[in-house]
Ligand binder design. Structure first.
Ligand code: KDG
Ligand code: MG
Length: 410
């Protein structure tokens, strides 16, 4: 038995807010877990500080499964993003500790490498086609070999996922201070305008960049099932790697209709947090990729369970990895992705330089492929002095209104 000696939550905001769990054991090891829930960060901090950390002191750090079940079942109140992000942070910190104690990179404890590297996709965007093309070229220059394409819609002032100032950052939308401040930013939306515009955009991108480049698109839950079916069908000639979050995610049956009408591969799940959210989607093979984050889905223990279930139905991973996943959460995704058989693709946006000074990482991105590195554990350390220099800043995700003022899904 190796008991947990200290448990603390570190909140830091180098380029955006991050919540990190830091566990130490009696033999002096430090394990990290990501608990960042974008726009609701302090809810997870309170859940951990008030209800979870006191339970961890003195527990055996090596009993990962038992601790997971204890936190999940003993709370009585199950599931939900706050609970599952808190459990995820504990789970990942324990895996980090166990792998350090074993003197191995974490992926070795998960079964060892199933591949040499993880194909990553980056986020290109532009308000119009020339900006989008520049952004795609910028991503190709950085080495990306798969690209998510988001574009402004004529008549709309701001579209989520589309960079407002494309020349800075290569057209990368930051998901960062999307709305630092006391109130969420409001964006506008018109589904018919979007559906008219998007096929022509993919036609232009294919003409410019050729047939081979894997292209992805995120519809951010904005469509009804019949609209999603129509979009998937219209995009078939452009051979998308996936269409993501075509409909609001909580209605699993909605995907049946979409699936009946299109062969465009479907990805879903970044807002899901348990295996139950995927039950029908996986069993009925209504999707092709699981989008959950390690950070929001109960950690490595639970996401592995979902992905093993998915593997029986030829469904692959597409683990969530925008900048609101901290380097700790990203490293966890990379170890898991390297080990499982049904890896699909990994989302990857580089963090800002201040974030890299707070979190020292050993994972690498070379020629479009990620690798978690071979340091014992996760391979990420937290510089607590640096972290202390960036206090929490209130920030909200933006929200959406239709042109008549109705609040819409996003
Ligand atoms: O916190 C919300 C973002 O992580 C999310 O909107 C980003 O859709 C996203 C994606 O696919 O990365
Ligand atoms: Mg998404």
């Amino acid at each position: 038995m190796t008991s947990i000696q200290t448990a603390e939550v570190v909140v830091t905001s180098p380029d955006r807010n991050f919540v990190t769990l830091r566990l130490t054991t009696e033999d002096g090891l430090v394990g990290l877990g990501d608990a960042t829930l974008n726009g609701r960060e302090l809810a997870v901090v309170a859940y951990l500080r008030e209800h979870v950390l006191p339970l961890l002191i003195g527990r055996d750090a090596h009993r990962i499964e038992d601790t997971w079940q204890f936190l999940y079942r003993s709370a009585y109140w199950r599931r939900g993003p706050v609970t599952m992000a808190a459990i995820a942070a504990v789970d990942v910190a324990l895996w980090d500790l166990k792998a350090q104690a074993a003197g191995m990179p974490l992926y070795q404890l998960l079964g060892g490498a199933s591949r040499t590297g993880l194909l990553a996709y980056g986020h290109a965007s532009g308000r119009d086609l020339p900006e989008l093309f520049d952004s795609i070229r910028d991503h190709l220059d950085q080495g990306y070999q798969a690209i998510r394409v988001q574009i402004g819609v004529p008549g709309l002032t701001a579209v989520y996922g589309v960079a407002a100032s494309p020349r800075a950052g290569g057209g990368r939308y930051d998901y960062e201070p999307a709305g630092r401040g006391a109130y969420p930013a409001e964006e506008d939306w018109d589904t018919r305008a979007y559906l008219r515009h998007l096929p022509a955009v993919f036609d232009a991108v294919r003409n410019e960049f050729g047939p081979e480049l894997p292209l992805l698109h995120d519809a951010h839950h904005r469509l009804t099932p019949i609209q999603a079916a129509r979009l998937g069908k219209a995009l078939e000639p452009y051979d998308l790697f996936w269409l993501e979050d075509a409909t609001p995610a909580e209605n699993q049956q909605a995907l049946r209709l979409v699936r009946q009408h299109t062969t465009t591969p479907l990805a879903i799940g970044e807002v899901f947090n348990t295996i139950w959210d995927y039950q029908e989607l996986i069993r009925e093979q209504l999707i092709d990729y699981v989008r959950s984050a390690v950070t929001h889905t109960g950690g490595i223990t639970h996401l592995r369970r979902i992905l093993d279930f998915a593997a029986q139905y030829q469904i692959k991973s597409g683990i969530h990895g925008p900048t609101d996943i901290s380097p700790v959460g990203m490293a966890a995704a990379l170890h898991l992705g390297l080990a499982i058989h049904n890896f699909g693709i990994q989302e990857y946006m580089k963090h800002g330089t201040r974030t890299d000074q707070v979190f020292h990482q050993t994972f690498t991105f070379t020629d479009g492929y990620l690798h978690p590195g071979d340091q014992p554990g996760l391979g990420v350390t937290l510089d607590t002095d640096q972290a202390g220099q960036y206090p929490y800043e209130q920030a909200y995700l933006p929200y959406n209104r239709l042109t008549d003022g109705t609040i819409h899904d996003w």
